[in-house]
Write a new protein. Structure first.
Length: 150
């Protein structure tokens, strides 16, 4: 399993919205330009995020996109699954299982534990956590580059 660019861009787009003034509407062009993501691709991703209730879309003058919840109430798992669909490591847990060993596979329990571990990390990490981590990394990078110049 690999998170696609769409999943990554969904997280990046919501991080951009979250760093804006709370509730401020932001046009897709601005997010696209700032994050370096194709406007049409980002628009499709945001449609999924609107359907999932993570983003509000307003049309017309003064329209745009805004977070539907506070960043600390949006788990990363919700963003990724809104864009990618449900995270499933093993075929027997899919909507239409195509595994011939359902119930008798030694690998199934291991993959289920791995899947649950990933989901726990993505559920316990919020959009606000990612923003805080990014800000901390920026401070560290800035202080390291300053130290190299001295």
């Amino acid at each position: 399993m690999q998170i696609s660019r769409a999943g990554e861009y969904g997280v990046m787009g919501l991080m951009y919205l979250a760093r804006r003034f709370p509730g401020r509407r932001t046009m897709i062009d601005e997010v696209s330009r700032h994050e370096g993501i194709s406007k049409s691709f980002l628009a499709k991703i945001f449609q999924s995020l609107v359907r999932a209730g993570l983003v509000r879309s307003m049309r017309g003058a003064g329209g745009g996109f805004a977070l539907a919840k506070n960043p600390d109430q949006i788990p990363v798992l919700d963003i990724i699954e809104a864009v990618e669909g449900r995270i499933v490591f093993q075929r027997c847990k899919m909507e239409r299982p195509d595994c011939h060993h359902i119930g008798g596979c030694a690998l199934c329990g291991l993959l289920e534990r791995a899947q649950n571990g990933l989901k726990d990390v993505l559920t316990s990490t919020t959009l606000a956590d990612l923003i805080q981590q990014r800000e901390q990394q920026g401070k560290i990078e800035w202080s390291q580059s300053k130290a190299r110049r001295n």
